[in-house]
Each structure stands twice: as C-alpha cells, then as structure tokens.
Design a protein around this ligand. Structure first.
Ligand code: SF4
Length: 221
C-alpha cells in the first residue's frame, strides 16, 4: 500500500465515523483557548474545563489577567498539574499580549510561540482551532496513533511527525485530521491497550498487522 493510499483510507474512515470533530476544551474566544491549552499540558481536558470557567470569569481578557499576578492566578488553578509554573506562564503570556500585541492573540504559529508557556504544539492547536490554519499539532496521541497506523514512518520526534503529516495531509483536512487522531488515540487506540476490536482501521494499520495480529493467543486453562 502506498503512503498516499494509507492517508486516503484513514481519512475516509474518520470522515465516515467521526464526522464532527472539535476540541474538547471549552473556550469562548482565542484568549480563553490559549489559557486552556497552557493548562492542558499534562492535564486532562475534563480537569481544565472544570478550572477555566471561574478563572476566566475573574480574568476574562488579557488586560485583566495581566493586571493580576501569578499568585492570584494560582488560587484558581491549584487542582491542575504544575500549577506554579502554569500560573507564571499565564501571567507572563497575558502581559506580553498587552505589551506587544495590543491585547490580541496572534494567528500565526511562529508568532504564537513567542508567548510564554506556548510551545510549538500549543501554538499549532490555537492556530488550527481558532484561526483554521493548515497546521497539525502533534501531541502524544497524534504521535502514537499516526505512527501505529503508518501515517508517519520512523518519526523520532513530534517535529518530524508533524513534518510527515503536514506533507501528506490535504490542507483542507488538516484541521480535522488533528482532532481525528487525538480522539482516536484518546478513546480507541489507547497507549497501553489499543481497542483494535473496536477500530475500523485494522485492514490498513501497520501496528495491527505487524504486532497485534501476530501475537499468539493466550493458552486457555
Ligand atoms: S487497529 Fe489498533 S493499533 Fe491500529 S489504529 Fe486501530 S486501535 Fe490503533
């Protein structure tokens, strides 16, 4: 099977089986999404969605957030992982938005990455979700699932996986592809135990055909 066919069949499957895809993070505007994505590092979307309503009610925009300090922000995000460094990043990010960007969230991933706490993955999520830019954010799910299916080959780093995915994904599907792969990784192609019996990609999945299918059955007692 050519790589082109593998991509075509994968996306055909997702189009049919996951027609509606959006981020599971709740947000009202670009600023709210940047805050949510910073909080989501090493933390579940469910937890972040419990934190952001009160935080963003108190600090609804870059200006009000910039006027606060990390200790005030910390009070709202204590239940999240790495709260101290995230509070610091959110505070500095808001200050930079006020100082350098007229309180507006930039749309280009390269510029977004200048914001404190915003790495390549976060920048791509914001650019893709809010501004519909044709970029793919590679998180742990996207990295694992694309490698297992065979959409990426021998990718050692998220950057390399991103390069391969970007090269082979039609621009109009880039936004959906990001969510398809994340959701598939979160609910079906799980890290420790992929639910291959629930997955419609077994015919084309490299990992399934080279590892899972060849595993000997456990002996019955
Ligand atoms: S067949 Fe299994 S390993 Fe392959 S994508 Fe589906 S769940 Fe993941």
């Amino acid at each position: 099977m050519t790589i082109k066919e593998r991509y075509r069949l994968t996306f055909e499957y997702f189009k049919k089986n996951r027609p509606v895809v959006e981020t599971e993070l709740l947000y009202k505007d670009p600023f709210g999404l940047v805050v949510a994505v910073i909080l989501s590092a090493q933390c579940t979307d469910k937890r972040v969605n419990m934190i952001t309503p009160a935080l963003l009610k108190r600090f609804p925009d870059a200006k009000s957030m910039a006027e606060s300090g990390p200790s005030e922000i910390l009070e709202y995000i204590k239940s999240c992982s790495y709260p101290n460094s995230k509070a610091k990043h959110i505070s500095e990010m808001a200050r930079m938005l006020v100082r350098d960007f007229d309180c507006r969230v930039p749309s280009e991933p390269e510029i977004l990455q200048k914001l404190p706490g915003v790495g390549r993955k976060t920048a791509n999520v914001v650019a893709s979700v809010v501004f519909k830019k044709p970029v793919i954010a590679v998180d742990t799910h996207v990295f694992r699932v694309s490698g297992r299916i065979g959409l990426t080959i021998n990718a050692r780093t998220p950057e390399n996986a991103e390069l391969q995915l970007t090269k082979n994904t039609p621009p109009e599907l880039m936004h959906d592809a990001h969510h398809w792969l994340i959701l598939h990784g979160r609910y079906i192609c799980k890290s420790k135990k992929p639910l291959c019996h629930e997955c419609g990609l077994t015919a084309i999945c490299k990992y399934y055909n080279s590892v899972i299918r060849k595993k000997p059955d456990k002996p019955k007692n």
